[in-house]
Write a protein that binds this ligand. Structure first.
Ligand SMILES: NC(=O)c1ccc[n+]([C@@H]2O[C@H](COP(=O)([O-])OP(=O)(O)OC[C@H]3O[C@@H](n4cnc5c(N)ncnc54)[C@H](O)[C@@H]3O)[C@@H](O)[C@H]2O)c1
Length: 285
């Protein structure tokens, strides 16, 4: 490939960004973790430190290695720090306006060789790429939550993504200890295109009184060997996120088979968002 990646910038230090920064630093890269406020990057670093400390406690990592990983991590509240990055992974809030503005700025800030990747779970990579003058160097790199634990990285080729950029991204995912899978840019990619309609259908089963949530989850766990039932999983992901992704599929394909279940809409309107709000299909304390 045409370049040797040394420095990776992660934009957005939330749940996903801090996990991506952690696995990148553990893989030996210099990492710049960026967010809009100092307290956000500090919180991201604390999460990483806590995760690494747990690995040391469990004997999976030495205390020296932990310090070495943290020493490779720098924090940033200034996007122009991207001038030092060979590869950027954007993991900010799931909003096209916000992401487009960041890609537009990164395109101006970063050197010509820098690849700009997005961790979006639903927005079109081709559309994000179109705001830059380097659409061939824009790609989707969809990590799963929690990043340090989950093996899969769905790598999404935009319409104009270059083959060498795909290859570089695939190699990078492997260096981070992940298993990359190649996917083309269509709504929901593969992960959410297959997962979300199943969750939505499970919600229809509640809506139509086919069975109670516990029964639906039990069928899928014991009958299909899923580690978690679809409604438990929906509560874990967040019902607002599930609704949002169903809407992306529904609008993206214009096909009624993706219509979000009215019960899902009702729960989200009521503020029943799942685990994070204390109530979804189940009640949490
Ligand atoms: N949570 C998941 O399960 C999951 C899984 C796969 C992909 N994703 C995707 O990852 C991305 C991030 O999700 P998350 O769960 O980490 O969200 P999060 O809310 O935990 O973190 C988002 C971070 O982005 C920061 N941010 C917002 N605007 C910014 C800007 N202009 N510049 C820099 N930072 C900015 C916020 O301050 C926040 O710290 C989204 O695109 C989401 O769709 C999420």
């Amino acid at each position: 490939m045409f370049m040797n990646i040394q420095t990776i910038m992660v934009v957005g230090a939330g749940q996903m960004g801090s996990g991506i920064a952690q696995v990148a630093a553990q893989a030996g890269f210099r990492v710049i973790l960026h967010d809009i406020r100092q307290e956000f990057v500090d919180r991201g670093r604390q999460t990483i430190e806590k995760n690494l400390a747990r690995s040391v406690e469990k004997g999976k990592m030495s205390a020296e290695d932990k310090e070495a990983v943290l020493a490779r991590l720098t924090l940033s509240v200034d996007l122009t720090d991207g001038r030092d990055a060979d590869f950027v992974v954007e993991a900010v809030t799931e909003n096209m306006g916000v992401k487009a503005e960041i890609f537009r700025q990164l395109d101006e800030i970063c050197p010509a060789h820098t690849v700009l990747a997005s961790n979006t779970s639903s927005l079109p990579i081709t559309e994000i790429a179109a705001v830059t003058k380097r659409p061939e160097k824009v790609i989707g790199m969809h990590f799963m939550n929690p990043v340090p634990v989950m093996k899969l990285v769905e790598i999404i080729r935009g319409l104009q993504t270059a083959d060498e950029v795909y290859q570089l991204t695939e190699d990078l995912a492997k260096q981070m200890g992940k298993v990359p899978v190649s996917v083309n840019d269509f709504p929901g990619f593969v992960s959410n295109r297959v997962l979300m309609p199943m969750i939505n259908e499970a919600i229809y089963c509640v809506y139509e009184g086919v069975a109670e949530p516990e029964a639906i989850d039990e069928v899928m766990k014991l009958g299909m060997n899923h580690p978690m039932g679809p409604l438990t999983l929906a509560d874990f992901i967040g019902l607002d996120t599930c609704l949002y992704i169903m809407e992306v599929l529904y609008e993206g394909f214009g096909d009624s088979k993706y219509r979000p279940c009215p019960l899902l809409r009702k729960y989200v309107k009521a503020g029943w968002l799942g685990r994070k709000s204390g109530r979804g299909f189940y009640v949490y304390n």
